[in-house]
Design a protein around this ligand. Structure first.
Ligand code: HEC
Length: 216
């Protein structure tokens, strides 16, 4: 008998708790901290921020991760400075040359031609004028000047700063240098020290495994 009363009492409590729920209204939150974040929510509205908005512009001078600022300015002085002193930041390896070739054929060959002689499809169809050959003596392009014009563009040639990363631009520079050397009948630069360093490492590794097997 006592048990029946207890069960009944429990049932009444449970029903009264459940029956408070109304589908048309948000339900009670017993422990709001478990639902509402304590921190500010991205894009939330909060009075403490200027404009009442959580999302704000990055502080002036912020640099996105993985992006390097290019400090040489877009002017004749900047161009000349880059031409004389800016050096390729990556090694001239076969891999970088191949990657550069692929990018070059996507972005540049349409005007400059696959050989870099200034006879791309757009030039042949007379859609664009004044595309130089990379061995143009008057221009005497250097790795620095190639990078600079790719970054800012030059006259009717646009900028490639947003389509390409810094690394990719240097790979294209290497390939343009190779095309220039081919046009001039010179040997394109390939840095061999990288290959040497790698084979050395391999040899060392090899020796150590041999030692290991001898010991057994
Ligand atoms: C829409 C056609 C077009 C495309 C695409 C193009 N260029 Fe050019 N490029 C030009 C023209 C036109 C000039 C000559 C600009 C001038 O000096 O008036 C030029 C000039 C150059 C020069 C010589 C600049 C100097 O220092 O005198 C280089 C180097 C160069 N381009 C590299 C590239 C590379 C690398 C790409 C690909 C990332 C590229 N171009 C894509 C049209 C193009």
């Amino acid at each position: 008998m006592k048990n029946t009363i207890k069960i009944l009492a429990a049932a009444v409590v449970m029903i009264s708790v459940v029956s408070c729920q109304k589908d048309s209204k948000p339900n009670y939150q017993y422990m709001p901290n478990m639902y509402e974040p304590v921190s500010y929510e991205a894009y939330g509205e909060y009075g403490v921020f200027p404009g009442g908005q959580e999302a704000m512009l990055p502080a002036e001078g912020s640099i996105p991760r993985g992006w390097m600022p290019y400090e040489i300015e877009n002017s004749n002085v900047g161009y000349q400075f880059a031409k004389d002193s800016l050096k390729n930041a990556i090694r001239y390896t076969k891999e970088n040359e191949d990657a550069g070739k692929e990018l070059y054929n996507i972005y540049c060959a349409i005007c400059h031609g696959e050989k870099g002689d200034g006879k791309g499809t757009l030039v042949k169809r007379e859609k664009i004028l004044g595309v130089p050959s990379y061995d143009d003596v008057g221009r005497a392009i250097t790795e620095g000047s190639i990078y600079h014009v790719m970054y800012y563009g030059i006259n009717s040639m646009g900028s490639y700063a947003s389509q390409t990363s810094e690394h990719e631009r240097w790979q294209i520079v290497q390939y343009v240098q190779k095309l220039k050397a081919d046009l001039e009948g010179k040997t394109p630069r390939i840095d061999t020290d990288v290959v040497v360093a790698e084979t050395k490492l391999e040899e060392e590794h090899h020796e150590s495994t041999e030692d290991h097997s001898n010991a057994h």
